[in-house]
Design a protein around this ligand. Sequence first.
Ligand SMILES: Nc1ncnc2c1ncn2[C@@H]1O[C@H](COP(=O)(O)OP(=O)(O)OP(=O)(O)O)[C@@H](O)[C@H]1O
Ligand SMILES: [Mg+2]
Length: 424
Amino acid sequence: MAAITMKNIVKQYGDGFPAVNDVSLDVQDGEFMILVGPSGCGKSTLLRMIVGLEDITAGEMVIGDRVVNKVAPRERNLSMVFQNYALYPHLTVYENIAFPLRLAKTSNEEVQRRVNQTAELLELTEHLERKPANLSGGQRQRVAMGRAIVRQADAFLFDEPLSNLDAKLRGQMRTEISRLQRRLGVTTVYVTHDQTEAMTLGDRVAVLRRGVLQQVGSPRELYEEPVNLFVAGFIGSPSMNFLPASVDGSFLETPLGRFELRDERKIEAVGDRSVVLVGIRPEHFEDVSLVGEEKKARGSIVRAQVDVTEWLGNELYAYVPYEAPEDLAAQLRDLSRELDSDQLRTQAVVALDAASLISPGREAELWIDTTKVHIFDPATGDNLTRDEERVEQLGRMAEDSRAAQREAQRGPADDETGASVAES
Ligand SMILES: Nc1ncnc2c1ncn2[C@@H]1O[C@H](COP(=O)(O)OP(=O)(O)OP(=O)(O)O)[C@@H](O)[C@H]1O
Ligand SMILES: [Mg+2]
């Protein structure tokens, strides 16, 4: 096992386009790191540079304590699973998994021991003699995974390994990968653009935009304290709403109505700006009639014309279109296009309690939890209200929960299965 340290990594392809631009990222020994970002932001390129399938234009790639810029892929001792993994159709599941060990001229006895352990871990034992063509998608996926973990790699690298599975299988495999990684404790870098995978799998998530690293942190940190509009809009589904607002002292005039910022820290952060973007997550709205008095006092109430509602059983989404000044509306449309968002109109999405009786075409009274709003600079996109104290607290929480989780996963029952694959 090994840590992976990237120092100012740059990748320019032949045409000079910087696919990865000055990325510095530390993946700790045993850590599960997620790489996310919209299509074309450089995720696969970065992963391929770690493995050695792509030359590094500038910067330093360190694995363990060795600079590997010039080290051949074979000598880096890493295991990679590609988006379009290929199994050998003429080989059995057993031989597919055994393949890297055969390449390394491992003894038959050792191959048998390792393949059996791996198969057990991935629940493939009863399929070992079958051919890939006769397996389900999820089983095939597990064989590809088995081939990656059967040898003692210093790190696992996954490039959207679940993207060609249906939703149910994805869910199952997601849980399996998470459990497996925690058991084996092998350093892992995992590329995805699936929200759920990004939020649930990793210890930390790194967000890339056009080759530039935006923020690295625990899922909770990215969600609660994003550094800029891009991260705020990318993490979370439905996305955070961004409302243009003119500033009037401690009041904000938004298309949904006027409300007061009662937090000194936030008022100060706004400074002398006359226009800002207010970020409010859908779940920080509520139907006023369902909010108790005490809670009501903590936020503000606005009146809004609801266009469409979607009742999902456990909650209700309401869509509220609004008018915005053309320059800001154009900026928001660009952002939403870049985020691959389907939400191209200037409209707010609010998530209300399923008991709400709000209906489309009517005006609704909405309560906003104003303690949770973020304020962004419209020119730079920076989050002006990021709470550094909270960030530190979230960082400590993430460290603690990670340590506890690993402790629990390395219980005695695992010694004969998972743990020993990595140690043996
Ligand atoms: N061989 C190449 N030659 C030139 N440009 C390339 C090459 N491979 C990738 N690129 C460019 O580099 C950028 C990053 O590509 P990359 O494949 O790393 O994106 P990605 O984040 O993995 O996207 P996706 O989510 O679509 O897989 C893209 O703009 C792409 O067009
Ligand atoms: Mg890719």
